[in-house]
Design a protein around this ligand. Sequence first.
Ligand code: ADP
Ligand code: MG
Length: 273
Amino acid sequence: GGDGVPASAGTATGASAGTATDLMVRAEQVHKSFGSVEVLKGIDLEVRSGEVCCLLGPSGSGKSTFLRCINHLEKINAGRIWVDGELIGYRERGGKLHEMREKEVAAQRQAIGMVFQRFNLFPHMTVLENVVEAPVLLGREKKAAARERAAALLDRVGLSDKLGNYPGQLSGGQQQRVAIARALAMRPKLMLFDEPTSALDPELVGEVLDVMKDLARDGMTMIVVTHEIGFAREVGDSLVFMDGGVVVESGPPREVLANPRHSRTRDFLARVL
Ligand code: ADP
Ligand code: MG
């Protein structure tokens, strides 16, 4: 700007450039304990609509727990999480938080797709049936429309020739691509990936990352727990490094990777790079 003031500098009113409405995920001081062990110690995180946030950190740092908190598979002990402006798991009335009924939680969860390290496909169903199942069961779509859409999604993940196969007949990479198509069948506004390529043989990692890259390019908002540094650098809009239940540092992936400010980040990167 002509006045030489950086655009990011705070104004007197404290207004920032980003508005709350373009945030798909907002976590504020999320705490989670198992018994007396505090696993998440006040996580703050924001992901804008259409952005890919890569979550890195050593084993046991709380990454999976945090993802599970986002769709209320784990109940948080303190803090708040909003997805697309909606408070997850609670309603606020008169300044107090009231826990939602299971049915309401289920509805929120349906808008959030999750892909795990293990694919968890139904072994007795064909690839197509696996993708058709949830939207039909939950009354989202009629069977014929769901089949058509499932076929299109499977085509998108490169599996149009496997519709009639059973999961056991597929490679790990193919199964994980089915799992992604299955999650997409619910038309999620947010996708959570928990180490989606960690269980795969190295030669199968690329085909899954390519599908995720394609999704990202298409504008899907994603949080991806991964040790794939190349993916984080190339596809990530932000990189968040967690350790010991806290966010140690975060920023644009290229900056954090090239210039980690904390020794814990540096040590971790030295081990995985
Ligand atoms: P990460 O995904 O980063 O490896 P996790 O979120 O899986 O980390 O785990 C963080 C910590 O929480 C670990 O010490 C783990 O043992 C503990 N933990 C996770 N889930 C449970 C649970 N259901 N009960 C007790 N401890 C748990
Ligand atoms: Mg984990």
